[in-house]
Design a protein around this ligand. Sequence first.
Ligand SMILES: Nc1ncnc2c1ncn2[C@@H]1O[C@H](COP(=O)(O)OP(=O)(O)OP(=O)(O)O)[C@@H](O)[C@H]1O
Ligand SMILES: [Mg+2]
Length: 317
Amino acid sequence: MILARGLTKRYGHKTAVDRADFSVASGHVTGFLGPNGAGKSTTMRMILGLDRPTAGDVTVNGKHYRDLGAPLREVGALLEARAAQGGRTARNHLRCLARSNGIPDRRADEVLRLVGLEAVAGQQVRNFSLGMSQRLGIAGALLGDPPILMFDEPVNGLDPEGILWIRTLIRQLAAEGRTVFVSSHLMAEMALTADHLVVIGRGRILADTDMRDFIDTNATSHVLVRSPRLTDLVPLLSARGWRVDPEGRDAVRVHGTPPDAIGDLAADHGIRLHELAPVRPSLEEAFMRLTGDTVEYHAGTPGQPPIPPDVAAGGAA
Ligand SMILES: Nc1ncnc2c1ncn2[C@@H]1O[C@H](COP(=O)(O)OP(=O)(O)OP(=O)(O)O)[C@@H](O)[C@H]1O
Ligand SMILES: [Mg+2]
């Protein structure tokens, strides 16, 4: 269990994390979701005692990280994939980590096997690709077989096979009853990995909720309707008070009603439908709706000048 209360970090005038309250429970994957610069890594560094909070507090299993006797046995973390010393071999890097926490040497080879690096155990870490470094970082997190695991953007730099591998691993670790806290700004990946969400924007916790509830609360489902007679159908739909948005040339999105009511209405008027599909909202839609005005670094639309940050932030920055 990770528990943050009023957790705050300021760098000069910049408030990176702002009075954050949240908890991460065991037995499921908690996703830590937020745009670039939202404060995810800063929060994780404070959990690991690498950054001291300006105010507030965060504990792991009721203790501050710095008070843990053998921290790797209690909390495993992947923050910076490139944190290993380049001159060491993968095996030596892990053995050094293990010894500092009273973990036997043989565990290094066990975790190397677990992450698929046994063939390169004797190679210098400086020659590792980003994906290999990421796997080595995960091996380090698993060294002490800890009940709490934290991964900051673990799929960065991984190929599709690697992404599937880490997603499966993360879910398995949670299924074993561990506390798993994983950050990402990749919505589709998060939707497949996490059961619970802590959402952060501009340092503030915007939601701490079940994934399903989060999507249902922050986005609405709709029905995709394709028909060769849209011009006849749309006025009938609108007359019922259902919101209709165009979707390409021959389809519309209908909000506020289930598909059966639309199908019945069309049949009553002899209008053929070529598609009638309920569409569940994605995590991305829910996230964009919730965090739209908390994104700090907006890109410009291609072909148009970029939006200045103060304008993008509604003049509030
Ligand atoms: N050491 C530091 N000194 C000054 N400002 C910092 C420092 N570390 C982080 N910040 C600022 O704090 C804010 C939060 O940064 P953080 O790295 O926690 O964001 P993040 O959510 O991890 O973003 P990303 O998705 O890009 O990794 C940013 O505005 C960042 O510039
Ligand atoms: Mg980060």
